[in-house]
Ligand binder design. Structure first.
Ligand code: GLN
Length: 611
């Protein structure tokens, strides 16, 4: 038995120091950890990346969660960065921010949305985090004269962290199922130690504790017109060379995988045919859980892990009914048509705005709208004439978050157009700041108004970095305000109407600059309403124009897209799309959705808003 160790003291590796002789196993286990209680589903990709491992894992995790099992997903990243905060969205897609402030890979967003569950830093591991902790422990003399090695020390740390995550279930219970997604593909240098750690973990946890799922790809070259399995076979071989015998093989493919190919895969990988699944392209990611169930993937997992007796069939029926009613709206006729402009710097690469796209999709399904998203390169809209041309035919505008000066003038022009032409507008983070700058310049007449991020010498730095203000919240140095924060909502405002009368909402932030309190009074006198604030400090978090002045003009210093879920679309997005529909279809205001999401001058107080 590997030595058990306490989880207190200086970081999770501190206990290594207290182990007199760790032997060759060196596999610390957190105190109180019950082996066999938590089962592990490990998803490893082969052949190539970009197979939708996150969507696959989260859909599978959802299916099992719906059965009443508690689940925790974790993504293991091979890169040396400590988090995703410094990654370029052009290369890696958007940076997702968790409630606790960790900046992660966009896959964590997929998990949160599909599982309808908030995650924390324990659900995201990078090689950089592991190495840093190990090297710090080494410098403290924590390894008692031993040479520190990939095996057993690095792998031991991975196992320890996975088991610690397993212990974070509700009411101190261990979770039923841990879903481990290994970044990259089998055979990569970067993730080799993760795969080895998982092999060891499965061995240590014992029979029926781990289920390895290989996600592979079946190519279908147009020139041949048939599916070929060789690449998949070679990928599987790589995995088996690492000592992992998959239990299940999921084949991504354009079309349904043929029997012939499934038989070959089965035969070359020792996986029974009934455990080789076709995971071909579907019209929507939301039908994947049902497709998996139809094929019996969930049943196989339950059998492999001997989990049948933990299933709550009543809970499953309820969850299926909820998801079923959501999914049934997918194919329904979309009565309303909306063209939504999104003006962003990374318009060329949509992954950079993945959560915004999802939030828009959630609204489209909820409202029965067909939303045509038009990506506008704000770098191309730097004059009023060009902004006007770019926004021609657009029914609503989102100015999303961003860093750096490129495209900012274009965003200001687009915002001016939206404000003066009564185009429904949602500004997000930088988009919120841009709305303040635009208002200061064009309504208050401060032509030099700017953010100190872009113009440190501005005479009217309406947006600036305020270290003293951040210090009040305990944020030190030049770091960003990150993660979940309460937003106090001003009574009687559009913001409160959209939130069904709520006085306090919780949203996620990722910004360094903010509205300078020195200008707040004058901006308000000029007609801008700050309808969401920090509950104690003068930090402006939502702005709006009164409905008498504009049908829908709202901005958020936070990122509303990060909290939108398929089953709970985010209110600021819902209001935007509803306002866009209402401008085209006057009758919309009388519909149930219209009444819920459209604030007109007659729906004057939030108290009259239907829940
Ligand atoms: N660059 C701005 C800031 O740091 C906005 C950040 C964002 O849009 N995420 O405050």
């Amino acid at each position: 038995m590997p030595p058990s160790a306490s989880n207190s003291g200086r970081g999770f590796l501190a206990q290594f120091a207290s182990n007199e002789d760790t032997g060759e196993h060196f596999s610390p286990v957190p105190e109180g950890y019950q082996r066999g209680r938590t089962k592990f589903v490990v998803v490893i990709g082969t052949v190539m990346s970009g197979l939708g491992k996150g969507i696959f894992s989260s859909s599978l995790a959802k299916l099992l969660k719906d059965k009443g099992l508690s689940v925790a997903p974790v993504k293991l990243e091979g890169y040396l960065n400590i988090d995703s905060g410094t990654l370029n969205p052009y290369r890696h897609g958007e940076v997702f921010v968790l409630e606790d402030g960790l900046e992660t890979d966009m896959d964590l967003g997929t998990y949160e949305r599909i599982l309808n569950q908030n995650l924390s830093r324990r659900n995201f591991m990078t090689a950089g985090q592991i190495y840093t902790e190990i090297l710090e422990c080494e410098r403290r003399g924590g390894y008692l004269g031993r040479d520190v090695q990939m095996i057993p020390h690095v792998t031991g740390a991975v196992k320890m962290k996975l088991r610690q995550l397993a212990m974070t279930g509700a009411k101190g219970k261990q979770v039923d199922l841990l879903f481990v997604e290994v970044g990259g593909t089998a055979g990569d240098y970067e993730n080799g130690f993760y795969i080895e750690a998982l092999r060891e973990l499965a061995f240590e946890e014992g029979d029926d504790s781990a289920c390895f799922v290989a996600l592979t790809y079946i190519i279908e070259p147009a020139i041949l017109g048939e599916q070929k399995s060789k690449a998949a076979q070679l990928g599987m071989k790589r995995l088996m060379e690492a000592g992992i015998q998959p239990h299940i093989i999921a084949c991504r493919a354009k079309n349904a995988v043929t029997d012939k190919v499934a038989q070959k895969i089965s035969m070359f990988s020792n996986v029974p045919l009934k455990r080789v699944f076709s995971m071909h392209d579907r019209e929507s990611i939301y039908v994947i859980p049902d497709a998996m169930r139809a094929e019996g993937l969930d049943r196989e997992i339950l059998s492999i892990l001997k989990l049948h007796d933990r299933v709550d069939t009543k809970a499953e029926d309820r969850a299926r009914a909820v998801w079923g009613s959501f999914a049934s709206r997918l194919g329904a006729h979309r009565d309303h048509k909306v063209t939504l402009g999104i003006s962003g710097k990374y318009a060329a690469l949509r992954d950079a705005y993945a959560s915004i796209e999802k939030a828009v999709e959630h609204c489209a399904i909820e409202l029965g709208a067909e939303i045509d998203v038009r990506w506008l390169d704000s770098g191309e809209a730097e004059t009023s004439a060009r902004a006007t041309a770019a926004l021609d035919g657009v029914d609503a505008l989102i100015v999303p978050g961003g860093f750096g000066v490129r495209g900012v003038e274009g965003k200001i022009r687009c915002t001016e157009f939206a404000r003066t032409r009564r185009l429904p507008f949602l500004g997000i983070c930088l988009g919120f700041q841009v709305a303040v700058i635009e208002y200061a310049r064009n309504v208050l007449g401060w032509k030099d108004a700017h953010s100190t991020e872009f113009e440190p010498e501005s005479g009217h730095p309406v947006i600036s970095e305020l270290p003293d203000q951040k210090a009040l919240e305990g944020i030190v140095g030049g770091t960003m305000r990150l993660g979940g924060q309460d937003v106090a909502i001003l009574p009687g405002t559009l913001a409160q109407f959209l939130h069904g009368g709520a006085k306090l909402v919780r949203e996620r932030f990722r910004h360094r600059y903010e509205v300078d309190p020195a200008f707040i009074a004058e901006l308000e006198k000029g007609g801008l309403v700050f309808s969401g604030r920090h509950s104690q400090h003068p930090i402006m978090q939502v702005l709006e124009l009164p409905v008498s002045a504009h049908p829908y003009f709202i901005g958020a210093q936070f990122h509303p897209e990060l909290t939108s879920r398929p089953l709970a679309p985010q209110p600021l997005f819902m209001g935007l799309i509803a306002a866009a529909i209402a401008q085209k279809e006057p009758g919309f205001a009388q519909t149930a959705h219209g009444k819920r999401w459209l604030r007109t001058s007659t729906t004057s107080s939030a108290a009259t808003a239907p829940a």
